[in-house]
Write a protein that binds this ligand. Structure first.
Ligand code: SF4
Length: 444
């Protein structure tokens, strides 16, 4: 296949290639990576905090990525749905944008009374060098709320660096409210962003087991809960690519251990519940978890049978943000009879890729930080029937005339938990079996 020479070690065919899958590298210039910018990474993590003000200090283009595209739901305040920008123009680029930032902050705080504010500096601000920290400090004193600068110029790295910047911003809030007393048998749910209301399902499962939830970070997030997150006895981390850093910082500073989990697919969802009961060494919690899993899986398996019958023999390609999610997806697809033939992620690490390789079938192509041309070739070579990815992968699938399942931040359907597994099966079925594909021209 036609792969850029320097990217050769970031692609492995299981059973054919001997080398390890290389990862954690900067994207190759000219490769047109599917990764997004630093600002995007910071915004993915922080935006779901619903009672905070989110102000983008930069040209209006950076603010195009609004709530409409990434619908993290809130059960209460909705300030996060409003997209604010200082809309820097030529004048501010030449003479500086600090005055514009200050007046925008004051106006927005007066109008919306947020619990805190995040100010995102994007590329232009990184170049012109506005003293965003000083403006935030001064307005914070004047208005009496925390205003946290998020230095996220897109050119400074990739989405992964944005996750780190966002975790640092969260650490400025955590520990600023309440005592240092740990709440027994309590957790923070970290790394679920409440897309299509998924978090509501997870919170419900844990509550049924008798687990107390201190903060959800950041799906359906609230500033005051995050301030008290240091009181939790355990951190449960999903989307480990973005939030493991926060869990590690909290472990170092507040001695809160963490568990990495995934809520996608029956196996991983159930394990996410059992692991918490095991950690707290609670028989009553474990009994409740077993009863819950028995009930949910008992309801689900007969419903999945139809989809498994119809889909058996279909092949899927997966390309998502984090490798941990890709691992769950391989298992979830297997459960409905679909074989994964291509799998990759934007930001996977060595450990996740090792697991991914172990559970993949012989001949599966594994890839780190791919580009559209590579991905197209892989999908064609392996004759995949559907591509599972995000907004940037969708056009690839449609151009190839194959099915597409959105498993990224733009989706409007809950895919986590047991309910989510059924939605996922329906979604894969609907796209893979769509009659429209008999009219598309495919050369593979
Ligand atoms: S790359 Fe720079 S200009 Fe583009 S969205 Fe990201 S921060 Fe804004």
């Amino acid at each position: 296949m036609d792969i850029l020479k320097e990217r050769g070690n970031q692609v492995v065919t299981k059973g054919l290639d001997e080398h390890e899958l290389a990862c954690d590298k900067a994207s190759l210039a000219g490769s047109v990576s599917q990764r997004a910018c630093v600002f995007c990474g910071s915004r993915v993590v922080l935006y779901p905090i619903a009672d905070a003000l989110h102000l983008i200090h930069g040209p209006i283009g950076c603010a195009a990525y609004t709530w409409d595209i990434r619908g993290s739901l809130s059960s209460g305040p909705q300030i996060h749905r409003l997209s604010f920008s200082t809309d820097l123009q030529e004048k501010q680029v030449v003479f500086g944008g600090e005055k514009t930032l200050k007046s925008a902050l004051i106006e927005l705080i007066d109008q919306y009374q947020p619990k805190a504010a995040f100010v995102y500096s994007t590329c232009i601000v990184g170049l012109i060098g506005d003293d965003v920290e000083a403006v935030c400090r001064n307005v914070s004193k004047e208005k009496g709320i925390d205003i946290i600068p998020v230095q996220a110029p897109g050119f400074a790295g990739s989405k992964k660096d944005g996750y780190k910047v966002a975790c640092d911003a969260l650490m400025k809030l955590i520990g600023t409210m309440g005592t240092n007393e740990t709440i027994p048998e309590s957790i923070n749910i970290i790394g679920d962003f409440n897309l299509a209301g998924e978090l509501y399902l997870l919170v419900d499962y844990y509550k049924k087991m008798g687990v107390k939830i201190v903060a959800t970070i950041t799906g359906d997030g609230r500033v005051d809960d995050i301030r008290q997150a240091h009181k939790a006895a355990l951190n449960i981390v999903q989307c480990s690519g973005s939030m493991s850093n926060l869990a590690r910082q909290m472990e170092a500073k507040y001695h809160i251990p963490f568990l990495r989990v995934s809520y996608f697919g029956i196996e991983d969802m159930s394990e996410a519940l059992y692991e918490v009961a095991r950690y707290f060494n609670s028989k009553s919690m474990m009994d409740k978890a077993i009863a819950l899993v028995r009930q949910e899986v008992g309801d689900l398996i007969p419903k999945l049978a139809f989809y498994k019958n119809a889909l058996t023999g279909k092949k899927a390609a997966i390309y998502v943000g984090g490798a941990f999610k890709a691992i769950s997806l391989i298992k979830a697809l297997r459960m409905i009879g679909v074989q994964t033939v291509v799998v990759g992620s934007q930001t996977g690490n060595k450990d996740d890729y090792k697991i991914m390789q172990d559970i993949s079938d012989e001949g599966t192509i594994l890839v780190d930080d791919t580009n559209p041309l590579e991905l197209t070739q892989f999908v064609k070579a392996k004759k995949a029937d559907i591509l599972i990815g995000g907004v940037k992968e969708r056009p690839i699938a449609y151009k190839l005339g194959i099915g597409f399942c959105d498993h990224n931040h733009e989706r409007k359907l809950a895919l986590a938990g047991y309910e989510g597994m059924l939605n996922f099966a329906r979604e894969v079925y609907a796209t893979a079996m769509s009659p429209v594909f008999q009219f598309t021209k495919t050369d593979h």
